[in-house]
Ligand binder design. Sequence first.
Ligand SMILES: [Zn+2]
Ligand SMILES: [Zn+2]
Length: 408
Amino acid sequence: MLLVRKQRYQIAREEKSTTSNKERGHKIRRVAMAELPREIQTWQMVQPTSRNRETGEVIPGRLERASVPVPELRPGDVLVEIAGCGICHTDLGYFYDGVPTVSKPPLSLGHEIAGTVVAGDEIWIGKEVIIPAVMPCRQCMLCKRGRGNRCLNQLMPGNSLGVYGGFSSHIPVPSTDLCEVKDRGEIPLSHLAVVADAATTPYQAAKRADLQPGDNVVVVGIAGGVGQYMGQMAKALGAKTVIGIDIHPQRLKRALSYGADFVINSADKGVEDVLNEFRVISKENDLPEYGWKIFEVTGVKAGQEITLSLLSYTGKLIVIGFGLEKVEYALGRLMAFDAEIIGTWGCLPEYYPIVLDMVLNRKIAIEPFVETRPMSSIVEAFEELYRAGSPERRIVLRPDFQASERKG
Ligand SMILES: [Zn+2]
Ligand SMILES: [Zn+2]
């Protein structure tokens, strides 16, 4: 399959270099036409999990096989044949926890997508791409002020891109913000799906933190799906010290090979105990008690409380993890510390090529943290991830619609 795709890619490339503009357009469009499906095969969230308010009875959600017509592509749009789509905690939130999607069900979930352009805007055809998880409108005030990652009119596959999402054979998207994958060497395209979200979100977070070479950093939740990239990203951007905090001993050990200089296991410990361990590490290594950049990636109360306790003089606390639990904090401490608490959402598409380069140059490792599975196992994968809470590896689903049809 990979080989076929590579050949196809090469054909499009060769034609580009040997033919005139006019011929090129004609030929490439024909290559695309031969592959253009009439329907998109997909897994739809027909209905999210719900709870009967009176009886408390849980009504299970439904993820079902479906097909939707390929829409007419507007100028600038492309159709991407999906190589892989990662399952994000956000997808589980939509399916299990009542977090509403912008487009109402039925719709396909999935926003962590890599694939190959097969139709639409000619200059993109045959190219391998990563689709940004959030695509800003480029028109509004937020976009114009450089805050497009939190644009209110943004498009997000598997949420606000109509019925279309990544757990599908194909997806129509605007080409404006696509990130081209030029030379991925031995890394499978499906693995690069994690660049669309898990690996790019930490880059935006580092920007929000104004992370500089020589900074001292703490990542609370360093063993999780995004946290492990946050640790690697901080190191790759030149952090002097990275201290990782989490509750999984094996994964904390692994983090020491991927970004972390020191780790603290916070399992079954109170906030004070964790704080004391942090102080010991700081003291033994001559680290200052000011200026720490602390990233909260767990989204849970226990992690947030640790993060808040670590915030000190001129420090920055950056919230990347999402959760609805409430914590108590004396805001006056911010004043006394001259410190900041900052939220961060998604990642600007213009940063994607930078992160992709870091991955392709092996400054950030993705392969030890990714596992691919056939898309037909989506129901089991969702269940497993929801039960596991924090999975060992990111699960990327590869479309297998034809194979699963043959099996019946
Ligand atoms: Zn996500
Ligand atoms: Zn906008």
